[in-house]
Design a protein around this ligand. Structure first.
Ligand code: NAD
Length: 263
């Protein structure tokens, strides 16, 4: 299936590694011109170089912290200056810390809202006017299966991402008639560098090996394995594509069957 992504201009936030990186690489493989960002200049450039070498696509890596309004704006402006437009915007950021309500103070709520909701809303605010004008656009938010089935101990993710999902559904209706779609990709347990590090830490804390922790996450999904980042990226590329033109306002879980609900 030709996804129709050749020469589309894509922004991918928080993409020096993990799911963001895999999404940037998948879009580049499909022929899109990609602008990716992460907080660290060297890591962003290295990621862009690696993707360019592998795919031959035009990829730029820019230092921008998506929780900082000025830096997010500079990221978008750079893409607009160099490419003239933005067709696809994949919002992403690092996840919030694992907490329970008793050990979460108000500042932690504010930080999580900034990092995992406002960062996405801000990028959309910057790119949507251009998309509406050109009557074509794709916003894809990386969220989590926690929006469909809250995860014990991930209070902040469960709370803030649900808010972002409400926002995305509302905006999707506002812009639907103008050829712009707004969707979310909700990963289940995915073996990224972060999860690998987390398994190591959890293992040390509980007297288990890293492999045992990874196994325990994997066994929660009916597929009995964690996702590979490229499996999440494939869903992003599809939702970004011409082929997904009648899909908007949805949350597509990519979770090996982890969410037990019907819808
Ligand atoms: P990761 O830590 O491997 O990668 C995060 C990337 O984001 C890195 O490149 C980092 O440099 C960049 N980043 C972080 N904060 C940033 C910021 N403020 N501005 C710019 N760049 C920033 O994480 P991941 O596992 O790929 O997860 C990505 C997102 O998906 C997170 O929000 C995570 O909570 C969510 N998620 C992950 C999983 C999983 O199992 N991996 C499951 C569900 C949801």
């Amino acid at each position: 299936m030709d996804l129709g992504l050749k020469d589309r201009v894509a922004l991918v936030a928080a993409a020096s590694r993990g799911i963001g990186y895999a999404a940037a690489r998948e879009l580049a493989r499909e022929g899109a011109r990609v602008f990716l960002c992460s907080r660290d200049e060297r890591r962003a450039s290295e990621a862009a170089k690696k993707i360019h070498e592998e795919t031959g696509a035009n990829v730029a890596g820019i230092a921008a912290d998506v929780t900082d309004g000025g830096q997010a704006e500079a990221f978008v402006n750079l893409a607009l200056e160099r490419a003239g437009r933005v067709d696809i915007c994949v919002t992403n950021a690092g996840g919030p810390p694992a907490t329970t309500f008793a050990d979460t103070d108000m500042d932690m709520f504010r930080r999580a809202f900034e990092q995992n909701a406002l960062s996405a809303i801000r990028l959309a605010k910057l790119v949507l006017p251009g998309m509406r004008k050109q009557r074509w656009g794709r916003i894809i938010n990386i969220t989590s299966v926690s929006v469909k089935q809250p995860i014990e101990g991930l209070l902040l993710s469960n709370t803030v991402r649900a808010g972002l999902t409400g926002w995305a559904k509302t905006v999707s209706s506002e812009v639907a008639a103008e050829g712009v779609t707004v969707n979310n990709v909700a990963p289940g347990y995915t073996l990224t560098e972060r999860q690998d590090e987390l398994a190591e830490v959890r293992g040390k804390g509980s007297g288990k090996s890293k492999q045992e922790i990874i196994e325990s996450w994997a066994m929660q999904a009916p597929m009995h394995r964690m996702a590979k980042p490229e499996e999440i990226a494939a869903a992003v590329a599809f939702l970004a594509s011409e082929r997904a033109s009648y899909i908007t306002g949805v949350t597509l879980q990519v979770d090996g069957g982890w969410v037990r609900s019907l819808l």
